[in-house]
Ligand binder design. Structure first.
Ligand code: ADP
Ligand code: ADP
Ligand code: MG
Length: 459
């Protein structure tokens, strides 16, 4: 069914990104917003805007009754959930579909299966995709956990089955630690996801985080190559690239093929990402999870392939076939995205929800900013601190890094503290320039004081 009126059940930069895609497709937009977000850019850009409730996410962006009421009253015929919030809630998808509205994403059943990390591991194994050695299902007791840990070998990781955003994960080096940390992970998971279910897998030493972007229309599945997101802090991505320079061609092809096989197995519809850990020493990759939604770092894949992932996911979810075949997805050059957060990297990344008094962003070929900022905008304190992303594209990785430095130096965001100084320091670092890093590299680098205080900085 063709979509004519799209409801955006999200905020921030991704809401703006979705509106732009809808406009290109000639689709009208309705923006849902909380009371704290009435001034946000997406509200100004959308054709219409509907208030979802008060500032706290649970009373607005995370409230299924409130969002459903807004969808109905606005007579939207489709809902785009963005990332986070209700994007991976099967219950939300069911209610959207019961209201006769199209959900821009996979079916509730697919989200239920692939959004649960334990079930997703099973699906991966069934499709012949290697997973990190670990528990067969959820671990029910601490004794269970200790037993599996003894089998797979320490260090182990206990992880929330419903996890996301790096929460509900603990690493244990010994059984004693495991017995102490498992209940903590359970409590964190219960608080964050309303589901305290845990599973356990071997903690891989110094792995690289590699993921594959896929697109499916319920029959065909194609991939838009791989990304590397190994620069992480607290298991959250900080800097992302396409492609992954650590992979040889053969490994890369096997990885992308495994992602397509797994997505095909579940008749995937929409945009999705299969995340893997790559062990450089053994040249092995292991599936860790699937994100059944658009991801924060999707632009780097768009830059190297020219595919508009958000337009494509809207099209396939309206019932169309994929508009491109695998042969038509060509890769070109290298792309880097950095997350610009309203945080002070010199003060333990303390959030900085201030007022943006003046702003300018350099314009150049192969440079893209996905953001939701404008001069005079007051960043609300209630939500995550992502202000936007700077994305560069160049023929080689070295040129992409040079371009990134030039662009970041030219950004003016007065009145806010941001993570730009971190990205500049990373761009100057020899290890980053050589691509010699892994998921456990950035935190010790920060702890060692590699991010130098700014001269004359009053704060
Ligand atoms: P990605 O792989 O796209 O980076 P993340 O797991 O970091 O995905 O989550 C994407 C965004 O959604 C992040 O900004 C994160 O803070 C937010 N997020 C993740 N899980 C939730 C959740 N359960 N509720 C609300 N926001 C979430
Ligand atoms: P989330 O849903 O919170 O994104 P993931 O399962 O994707 O959780 O893991 C987040 C990050 O945690 C990974 O990118 C990686 O850095 C680290 N991680 C996860 N599992 C393992 C593992 N088995 N061994 C080592 N690191 C891991
Ligand atoms: Mg993940």
């Amino acid at each position: 069914m063709a979509i004519s009126r799209l409801f955006i059940a999200n905020r921030g930069e991704i809401a703006v990104r979705i509106i732009r895609a809808a406009q290109k497709l000639g689709i009208a937009t309705v923006q849902g917003y909380s009371e704290a977000d009435q001034d946000m850019l997406a509200v100004k850009l959308a054709d219409e805007a509907v208030c979802l409730g008060s500032a706290q996410s649970k009373d607005s962006y995370l409230s299924i009754p409130n969002v459903m009421e807004a969808v109905r009253s606005s007579q939207a015929d489709a809902v785009h959930p963005g990332y986070g919030f209700l994007s991976e809630s099967p219950e939300f998808v069911r209610q959207v579909e019961a209201a006769g509205v199209t959900f821009v994403g996979p079916s509730a059943a697919t989200i239920e299966r692939m959004g649960d990390k334990v079930e997703a591991r099973k699906a991966a194994e069934a499709a012949g995709v290697p997973v990190v050695p670990g528990s067969k299902g959820r671990i029910e007791t601490v004794d269970d956990a200790a037993k599996v840990a003894a089998e797979v070998g320490y260090p182990v990781m206990v992880k929330a089955a419903a996890g996301g955003g790096g929460r509900g994960i603990r690493v244990a080096d010994t059984e004693e630690e495991l017995r102490k940390l498992a209940p903590q992970a359970q409590q964190e998971a219960e608080a964050a996801f309303g589901d305290g279910g845990l599973y356990l897998e071997r903690a891989i030493r110094a792995p690289r985080h590699i993921e594959v972007q896929i697109l499916g229309d319920g029959r065909e599945v194609i991939h838009c190559y791989e990304r590397e997101c190994s620069l992480q802090r607290r298991r959250q991505k900080v800097w992302e690239e396409a492609g992954a320079i650590c992979l040889d061609k053969k490994t890369c092809e096997a990885l992308c093929a495994s992602a397509v096989a797994l997505a095909k197995d579940v008749n995937y519809r929409g945009a999705g990402t299969l995340e893997y850990l790559y062990d450089e020493v053994s040249n092995e990759f292991f599936f860790i999870e699937m994100n059944t939604r658009i991801q924060v770092e999707h632009p780097v894949s768009e830059m190297i392939t020219g595919v508009d992932l958000v337009q494509e996911m809207i099209r396939v979810c309206s019932g169309e076939k994929l508009s491109i075949t695998q042969d038509q997805v060509k890769r070109d050059g290298h792309s880097i995205e950095v997350r610009i957060n309203a945080e002070d990297p010199h003060m333990q990344f303390m959030p900085w929800p201030g007022k943006l008094t003046a702003m300018s962003l350099p314009e150049e070929d192969g440079v893209r900013f996905d953001h939701f900022l404008y001069e005079g905008y007051q960043i609300p304190p209630y939500y995550d601190s992502l202000l936007g992303k700077a994305i560069v594209h160049a023929p080689t990785r070295a040129e992409a890094i040079s371009k990134l430095k030039r662009v970041l130096t030219g950004i003016k965001l007065d009145g806010l503290k941001t993570t730009i100084p971190l990205h500049l320091a990373l761009a100057d670092d020899p290890a980053v320039q050589a691509g010699a890093f892994h998921t456990q590299w950035l935190e010790p680098w920060l702890a060692a004081g590699n991010l130098k205080p700014i001269q004359g900085d009053a704060a």
